[in-house]
Ligand binder design. Sequence first.
Ligand SMILES: Cc1cc2nc3c(=O)[nH]c(=O)nc-3n(C[C@H](O)[C@H](O)[C@H](O)COP(=O)(O)O)c2cc1C
Length: 367
Amino acid sequence: MSGNSFGKKFKITCFGESHGRCIGVVIDGCPPGLPLSLKEVQRELDKRRPGQDKISTPRKEEDEVKFLSGVFKEHTTGAPLCMLIWNKKVDSEVYEEYRIKPRPGHADYPALVKYKKFNDYRGGGRFSGRITAACVMAGAIAKKLLRTLNLEILAHTVEIGGVKSEKNPTLEEIRKITYTNAVRCADEKIAVLMKQEIMKAKNEGDSVGGIIECVVLNVPVGIGEPVFDNLDADIAKMLFSIPAVKGVEFGAGFNSSRIRGSENNDPYIIKDGKVATASNNAGGVLGGLSNGMPIIFRIAFKPTPSISKKQHTIDIEKMTETTIEVKGKHDPCVVPRAVPIVEAAAAIVLVDHALRFSLINTGEKIE
Ligand SMILES: Cc1cc2nc3c(=O)[nH]c(=O)nc-3n(C[C@H](O)[C@H](O)[C@H](O)COP(=O)(O)O)c2cc1C
């Protein structure tokens, strides 16, 4: 398997399988001198941990982070920083069935063919949502480095199973409300309806998808390396590494194809003595470079593939058609748990580009 590393200056390599010994990440390129405690990484990991509410899987994942290298006297050393969580209490038995009868919507079938049946299929192996714990651990470090630039990343759920708010929440609402409810929505009333939608699907042995919006504030102008390392391209690539992501749009996104140039262009203005734009249809990126406006993107997640409802599939050994009812403990909607993952993904890309642009101070200057 290749394709497990991302980034040029802040290079992450993730490892581990869902029901293997551990899930971990190595960061090569983290500057020295960043004060860092386990607690800070744990705080981020706890946001994605399942079993905190009825709408997520009842799987118990303790996810207690350990530093293996790169941290000494509560500061990063500049050496490769390795973090991991040990996998505990796994129940792999049901996955024997999915090896032969691939789950529709999951990666069982293409993985079996590509890895010639040698892949660790337990718990979905490398294709499990659990793999995203590596992203969250690395994201915790990235977020901390970005704080030295005053950058702020705010993700929140805007739609679940078609239930969405009609009004745009303010930044203050996103900051204050998102993590106070189980669906991670900045509109408390809509959060209740979203939760009901998830429970309805769950009770019917089904699942739902949804949309997360992410806003990045205080981004300096000029981050991004065109042509192939465009900022939006790198963010999209990182977001598509999150399992169940099916779409990403920046700013006006797909709707920009339906309006005229005169409506879509963001007019330049001077605001508080600085260059800004009156609207933000570009979503903060022009020509693959940050333009100083908030970077705004939305991510569409599909419904969780593992559902207990009867579905059509095949028996790969007998080469016959059959049915499957997926057992085990699954998230009826991955969206709420993906909110901190989206924030982490954005942070990893932005810190990599900020380091490439020599924006982040190292050593004693990091507070
Ligand atoms: C946080 C998170 C949790 C997930 N939990 C589950 C789950 O419990 N059951 C499941 O079938 N898929 C789950 N998924 C989605 C699958 O991992 C994903 O759909 C599968 O690997 C196929 O990849 P694709 O949907 O990107 O094509 C989860 C995804 C995320 C981000």
